[in-house]
Write a protein that binds this ligand. Structure first.
Ligand code: NAD
Length: 357
C-alpha cells in the first residue's frame, strides 16, 4: 500500500527525531511491502524565519491533503519574545483546529527495564502499568464563554464548562474503539457529584457503552482518579475524560513512567488522518547535538501505523524493537539513570532499533 505522510519537523530536536522516525518507517515499508511518501512542511519557529508566520497556508493544505501528519516539536528561546499570535506554539493550535482533532490519545506505560526510573513505591512499580489516556481536545472550559464582570464582591472573572451530547458521544466512541484494540476496559473520569456537565458526560458515556457490549465501563470521580494513578495505576486500561481533567491527568500519568523522551501521542478527528507527535517539546538545550532520544517520535510513528492505517502488525514490530533495545540495556542520555556505559546518540539508538525490526 501507499501512504502519504506530511512531515512537520519543527524546531530544536524536531528534525533529528523526525528523521529517525522516517528511517524506521522506511524499514517497515521494506519489510512489509508499503511505500510511505513523506513530504516536509514548515511550522513553528522555522516557519516564522522562512515565511513570517508560524503556520503557513501551504502547511495547512499539505497536512489536510495527507493521509496523516507526523510532527516533531515547535518552539525555542529564539522566538520566545514574539507577540502571542506569532508564537511557534500557535502552529500547533492552528493545525489541531484546521484538522478538526478532538481526541488526544496518550499511552503511558512502564517499561520493565526502566522500572528504576519510576518515582512510585517499589511494590506499586512491581505490578507495572500500561494505560491509554483519551482526552477530549476541543471542547469544555478551555473553549467555553469567558470574561470579566462586576460581581457580588467586586470585579471577577469567569470561564464556562460546556459540553454538548455530540461532543461527549464522539470522544466516548474514540475511547471504546481504543479499548477494543487493548484490554476492553474503559474508566470514565468526571465530577458528577458536583458538575452538571459531568452528569451529562456520565449518562452519555453509558448510552454509548451499549454499542460496545464487549467493553466494560466504570465511572470514577476526578479527585479519586488523581489519587488512584499514583496508588494503583495497574487498574487502568483506557481512561476517558474531558479537556481540562485530561490535561492534568495525562501529565500525571506521563510522569509516573519516568521519562518524557519515551512517550508518544496521537490527536485524532472524525477522519482517520491524525497528528502524531512525541509529548515532549523541542528541547533547545540539546538541539543539534545528536543527543535526543528518538523513541517517543518512533513510537508516535507506530501509533500512526496502528490508528491511521490499521497496520497493527507493523506497529507491533516497531514497539517490540523498542522494547528489545531497552531490554538489552541500550540507553540515550535522558534514560541512562543508574545504568553503566556511555549513552547512545540519537542516530545510534535509531540504528539499534532498525536492527531489531
Ligand atoms: P521540553 O520537553 O522541550 O524539554 C524538557 C527537558 O526534557 C529538557 O531538559 C530536554 O532536554 C529534555 N527532553 C525533552 N525531550 C527529550 C528527548 N526526546 N530526548 C532527551 N531529552 C529530552 O520542554 P521545555 O524545555 O519546557 O520546552 C522547550 C520548547 O519546546 C519551548 O519553546 C516550548 O514552548 C516547546 N514545546 C513544544 C511542544 C510541542 O511542540 N508539542 C510541547 C512542549 C513544549
Amino acid at each position: 500500500m501507499q501512504y502519504n505522510i506530511a512531515l512537520v519537523k519543527g524546531d530544536g530536536i524536531g528534525p533529528e527525531i523526525v528523521d529517525s522516525a522516517v528511517r524506521v518507517l522506511e524499514k517497515i515499508g521494506e519489510k512489509f511491502g508499503h511505500t510511505f511518501n513523506c513530504t516536509p512542511y514548515l511550522a513553528g519557529g522555522c516557519a516564522i524565519d522562512a515565511c513570517g508566520v508560524p503556520l503557513p497556508d501551504e502547511t495547512v493544505e499539505g497536512c489536510k491533503n495527507a493521509d496523516s501528519v507526523l510532527l516533531g516539536a515547535v518552539g525555542g528561546p529564539k522566538w520566545d519574545k514574539m507577540p502571542g499570535n506569532l508564537r511557534p506554539e500557535k502552529a500547533l493550535l492552528g493545525l489541531r483546529s484546521a484538522l478538526g482533532l478532538y481526541t488526544n490519545l496518550r499511552p503511558a506505560r512502564l517499561y520493565n527495564s526502566l522500572k528504576e526510573e519510576c518515582p512510585l513505591r517499589p511494590d506499586i512499580v512491581e505490578k507495572g502499568f500500561d494505560l491509554m489516556m483519551v482526552r477530549e481536545l476541543t471542547g469544555g472550559i478551555y473553549f467555553g464563554e469567558r470574561g470579566r464582570r462586576d460581581g457580588k464582591y467586586g470585579p471577577e472573572a469567569y470561564d464556562t464548562e460546556a459540553y454538548s451530547v455530540m461532543e461527549v458521544e464522539r470522544i466516548a466512541r474514540a475511547a471504546f474503539d481504543a479499548a477494543r484494540k487493548r484490554n476492553k476496559k474503559v474508566t470514565s473520569i468526571d465530577k458528577a457529584n458536583v458538575l452538571e456537565t459531568s452528569r451529562l458526560w456520565r449518562e452519555t458515556v453509558h448510552r454509548i457503552a451499549e454499542e460496545y457490549p464487549d467493553v466494560t465501563v466504570t465511572d470514577m470521580l476526578v479527585d479519586n482518579a488523581a489519587m488512584q494513578l499514583v496508588r494503583n495505576p495497574s487498574q487502568f486500561d483506557v481512561v476517558v475524560t474531558s479537556n481540562m481533567f485530561g490535561d492534568i491527568l495525562s501529565d500525571e500519568a506521563s510522569q509516573i513512567t519516568g521519562s518524557i523522551g519515551l512517550l508518544p501521542s496521537a490527536s485524532l478527528g472524525a477522519s482517520k488522518c491524525g497528528l502524531y507527535e512525541p509529548i515532549h517539546g523541542s528541547a533547545p538545550d540539546i538541539a543539534g547535538q545528536n543527543k535526543a532520544n528518538p523513541i517517543a517520535t518512533i513510537l508516535s510513528a507506530a501509533m500512526m501505523l496502528r490508528y491511521a492505517f490499521d497496520l497493527a502488525e507493523e506497529a507491533d514490530a516497531i514497539e517490540k524493537a523498542v522494547d528489545a533495545v531497552l531490554d538489552d540495556g541500550l540507553r540515550t542520555a535522558d534514560i541512562i539513570g543508574r545504568s553503566e556505559g556511555t549513552p547512545l546518540t540519537c542516530t545510534e539508538m535509531t540504528d539499534e532499533i532498525l536492527k531489531r525490526i
